[in-house]
Design a protein around this ligand. Structure first.
Ligand code: PLP
Length: 364
């Protein structure tokens, strides 16, 4: 069968391996498997969220509130923005899809960093857009600007902090760059890890409210999947000026967020103390990774997220290391498909991290 020819050069997204797969493939007991591959919060979500979801379990038979009043007002309050400056997606992933489908088309150009979140390219190619990438591993605003001038892209992605490398842009550098961009170019600032960056270094913190007040061509993305520990509930959001949100609503399917997910995300925002504790623990544990890498003379990229990226020396192959760890029940992310001889490891609990060091000891 012939399909849309735009699909011919798309490679499907390669998700972090689920625990169930390792149980099946390697016969390892479920309780001995450690998953540090998808940047999930190792402490899960707030206990208040679990209670709230249990309490509305009978509502499963009802269609969700498609106006998403409760979640939108909670997010509006958190960020000091209006409901019509917000769109909710099944993960911020879905907001990326909305944005590309609303703005780009066959032949449009989409500019992004050399190494960055894989879904930008996949959605761009779905509409026949052409992907333009920088060459620097970290976001380099001068390079972005010269490629912007050369290609006049319709969309620019800035992922800060960046996945899978963990580095973050200086917020002021980013704003100076956006000031030079034409108002018909949509700039998407992906802040999936912004809660972590904000905690570590105020100069990296991007304020969505300031951003959209200053620019009507910027879309800020946030998610409940990382710091809020709700990856399985699939809730993310976009913050932008009203005309952008209106356009995104035209490509949004109805009822895109489930009743339980809406409740979980709303209640998660009522327990910021839980999230703050998890983030503080994250950076405490990150120091152990830095010490480990230091001891092994392995380069670690300074991270503003809940993961670390270890650049391996030439003598070590990241795919082989990832495979050897998998056989022992440790799931991490091999970055060879991004063209890097590196592994990305989510910061887990103290016990999980100790296990990682123990298993890596003979390998690295
Ligand atoms: C995890 C992630 C997302 C989206 O996650 P969702 O679960 O779809 O909200 C978006 N961008 C980056 C950079 C991510 O790492």
């Amino acid at each position: 069968m012939n399909f849309n020819s735009a699909l011919e050069n798309i490679k499907s997204y390669e998700a972090g391996k689920p625990i169930e797969l390792v149980v099946r493939e390697y016969g390892i007991d479920k309780d001995h498997i450690v998953k540090l591959a998808s940047n999930e919060n190792p402490f899960g979500c707030s206990p208040k969220v679990k209670d709230a979801v249990r309490n509305i379990i009978d509502n499963m038979s009802l269609y969700p509130d498609d106006s998403m009043v409760k979640l939108k007002s909670a997010l509006g309050k958190k960020y000091g923005i209006r409901s019509d400056e917000l769109v909710i997606g099944a993960g911020s992933d879905q907001v990326i899809e909305f944005a590309i489908h609303a703005k780009a088309h066959n032949g449009s150009k989409v500019l992004m960093n050399s190494v960055t979140f894989a879904m930008y390219e996949i959605y761009a190619k779905q509409v026949g857009a052409v992907v333009v990438r920088t060459t620097s591993r970290e976001h380099n605003m001068e390079e972005f600007y010269s490629l912007y001038q050369e290609h006049k892209p319709s969309i620019i992605f800035l992922c800060t902090p960046n996945n899978p490398t963990g580095d973050a842009l200086d917020a002021q550098d980013m704003i100076s760059f956006i000031e030079k961009v034409d108002s018909d170019t949509l700039v998407i600032v992906d802040g999936a890890y912004m809660e972590y960056a904000r905690f570590k270094d105020a100069s990296k913190a991007v304020e969505p409210k300031d951003l959209i007040q200053k620019f009507d061509n910027v879309l800020f993305l946030g998610t409940f999947s990382k710091a809020y520990g709700l990856g399985g509930m699939r809730v993310g959001y976009g913050i932008a000026s009203e005309p952008i949100i209106k356009a995104l609503y035209k490509v949004r399917p109805p009822f895109n967020i489930t009743t339980l997910s809406l409740e979980a995300a709303s209640v998660a925002l009522e327990d910021e103390a839980f999230v703050a504790e998890c983030i503080a623990d994250n950076f405490k544990e990150m120091k152990r990774y830095e010490a480990f890498a230091d001891g092994k003379k392995i380069q670690i990229i300074e991270s503003y997220t809940n993961f670390v990226t270890l650049s391996l020396p030439q003598a070590k192959n990241s795919s082989e290391i990832a495979q050897a760890l998998l056989k022992k029940g440790m799931i991490i992310r091999d970055l060879s498909s991004y063209g890097l001889n590196a592994i990305r490891v989510t910061i887990g609990t103290q016990v999980q991290n100790s296990r990682f060091f123990e298993l890596c000891e003979p390998l690295l």
